[in-house]
Design a protein around this ligand. Structure first.
Ligand SMILES: [Zn+2]
Length: 130
């Protein structure tokens, strides 16, 4: 019975965090766009010039590969974050458990949700997972 009495976020709070998630989502998408553009910029001049620049690129391939991998790591991390935000957006609308720790059931303080609105863990449980 006690479980059922768990009081979720108020409609006002949900609206607030919904907007927060949307804002973070937009920022992340912008960053993803920029990073994707920097991928594409790696071959200036486009396909037409690839043949004439081939030797040059081969000499440089070590650094290039490293840079690319680094960029890709950043990119995929941002991408994962975006997925979390999308999922949180769905939860903030539909899930009565939004804002509660999935481990211990504690209400996650608003200050924490303010920082990481997509979190599903309170600080205590999160530190245990790490
Ligand atoms: Zn917890």
């Amino acid at each position: 019975m006690a479980e059922n009495k768990k009081k979720g976020l108020t409609a006002k709070e949900r609206k607030h965090f919904r907007e927060l998630i949307l804002k973070k989502r937009e920022e992340t998408m912008e960053q993803l766009d920029e990073k994707r553009l920097s991928f594409l910029d790696n071959s200036p001049g486009g396909n037409a010039q690839i043949d004439s620049n081939y030797a040059y690129h081969m000499a440089d391939v070590g650094t290039d590969a490293q840079e690319r991998e680094k960029a890709f790591m950043h990119y995929s991390r941002e991408y994962k974050y975006l997925n979390h935000l999308n999922e949180a957006l769905n939860r903030v609308d539909n899930d009565p458990e939004y804002g509660f720790c999935i481990e211990c059931g504690a209400r996650i303080p608003n200050e924490r949700l303010e920082e990481v609105p997509h979190t599903r863990h309170c600080v205590d449980c999160k530190s245990k997972i790490k």
